[in-house]
Design a protein around this ligand. Structure first.
Ligand code: PLP
Length: 308
């Protein structure tokens, strides 16, 4: 099943430091350093399974099939990219899907959950308290013989899939920057990185250190590889999007025609630009930002907040 679903177009947009960042940043040191910044547009992969989610899911689905499971069950919130991607990926793979959703079912469920239902996913709602105890929930459905995928696709098979993002990343990139939710994508990138490449993760969670979660997904020899986490770009916490962030997203769209989402990629772009401004990168660094998708989550904003 590997190549069949890779036929979707992907696009890589180049943002040249010369004509773009000089416009935004009042600082000539970047030109002098000859930094280049590119964005890997994984958001263009597919309109529903966008970004990193497909990569993280593929080996779980393969594993489910190999174990003769016909139903996948996983967890997420009302705007979860993982939920909608799982629903669609299961549909493509002729698997049934169950979404365990945090919170009560409201009369008007989110566009994300509606889309998941349209893909055939059965949604089961649990109160926030109950949702936090995943093992009790799994216990409830033990008879059903479902194949469980962790919330956000966290796990070794997820990281194995995410490592394949490197199909689009050549050795010339010195720094690869990604957003970090569960750390699974980052672990995959660390696995695949060459010795000359540094993987940088931008955490979207407040006051959280992903190091151990990431290390748990790496083999012993991979744990020696260099990776760096930044924890100060969460803008108040997971899915928090103060006006300053939304304004930043509008600017990024206006200046680079680059759409970003409120949960992950806007914070990622903000961090990348901020690190450049703060002279974090050595001269001649070639920086690649992984646009991991997630644009569907912007549907939680009031209509017309964004023009993309
Ligand atoms: C899920 C998601 C992430 C986080 O990936 P992890 O592997 O959980 O760290 C980053 N960006 C987007 C757009 C996502 O949907």
């Amino acid at each position: 099943m590997n190549n069949k679903y890779f036929c979707y177009t992907y696009a890589m947009i180049q943002i040249q430091y010369d004509n773009v960042f000089a416009h935004n940043i009042n600082n000539n040191s970047l030109t002098e350093k000859k930094l280049t910044l590119s964005v890997l547009r994984l958001d263009e992969l597919h309109p529903i399974i966008s970004g990193n989610k497909w990569f993280k899911l593929k080996y779980y689905l393969e594993d489910a099939k190999q174990n003769n499971k016909d139903t996948i069950a996983t967890f997420g919130g009302a705007y979860s990219n993982h939920i909608v991607a799982s629903a669609y990926a299961c549909k493509l793979n002729n698997l049934k899907s169950i979404g365990i959703i945090r919170g009560e079912r409201s009369k008007n469920i989110s566009a994300t959950l509606l889309q998941a239902e349209e893909c055939g996913m059965q949604l089961i709602f649990f109160s926030r308290n109950e949702f936090n105890n995943k093992s009790i929930i799994k216990e409830k459905f033990i008879e059903n013989n479902w194949y469980w995928i962790n919330e956000g696709g966290y796990g070794k098979l997820g990281a194995k899939g995410a490592a394949e993002i490197f199909e689009w990343i050549d050795e010339s990139y010195t720094h690869i920057i990604c957003a970090c939710g569960t750390g699974t994508m980052m672990a995959g990138l660390i696995k695949a990185a060459k010795p000359n490449q540094t993987i940088i993760g931008i955490s979207v969670l407040k006051g959280y250190n992903h190091s151990n979660e990431i290390k748990n997904l790496l083999m012993e020899e991979e744990q020696e590889k260099k990776f760096i986490l930044f924890n100060e770009y969460h803008f108040g916490g997971y899915a928090k999007h103060p006006e300053a962030l939304v304004d930043f997203m509008k600017n990024v769209w206006q200046d680079y025609q680059l759409p970003t989402d409120i949960v992950y990629t806007s914070k990622l772009m903000f961090a990348s630009i901020d690190l450049i401004e703060k002279n974090y990168f050595p001269t001649n660094s070639k920086i690649l930002v992984i646009h991991s998708g997630g644009l569907q989550g912007n549907r939680s904003l009031p209509v017309d907040t964004l023009s993309f």
